[in-house]
Design a protein around this ligand. Sequence first.
Ligand code: FNR
Length: 184
Amino acid sequence: MSPVYSVAVLVGSLRKESLNRKVARALAELAPPSLKLSIVEIGGLALYNEDIDGTPPAAYTAFREQIRNSDALLFVTPEYNRSVPGVLKNAIDVGSRPYGQSAWSGKPGAVISVSPGAVGGFGANHHLRQSLVFLDVPCMQQPEAYLGGAGSLFDEHGKLSEKTRPFLQGFIDSYARWVALHQR
Ligand code: FNR
């Protein structure tokens, strides 16, 4: 039987009607059978503070376990002020500690940024990649994915635009190959 890789999906927006969350769900539907995508919630993680991590909050421990138990990582994020939203950076920081026990190390990843603006979250996408280099997450280089004009990606029923579907299909298919290549 062919392997199925579990993918932890981190969405950088907590908004109920988040475009990024809709894109994450669309990717889960388009994913080939070799990938099982699950969104890992990050909104309940207290702002990282080494003082409280001496006795880690249950939410920190559960989050770290979810990341450790996954085979791969997919980041779907908006751009806030040309960078990574604080909630996502916080999750990255929580997963990176305690020192020497980072949950992220070696897990293949990819980044897609989604914005109603024209630039498609390029700044957030690349700031995020900077952290992923340090965290030893081999991050898919191509295809790059900066989804601009995202306000018109979904119709009123939440259906993905036919114009964008082939791009997302190509992205997730390439990512599936990337994940398979990087299993240890
Ligand atoms: C934004 N937005 C935004 N968009 C962008 O393309 N570049 C940016 O630098 C910013 N900065 C920014 C800061 C803050 C604090 C907010 C709340 C928003 C707009 C952002 O792309 C838009 O709200 C998206 O819809 C957010 O993604 P979700 O929540 O729809 O997934």
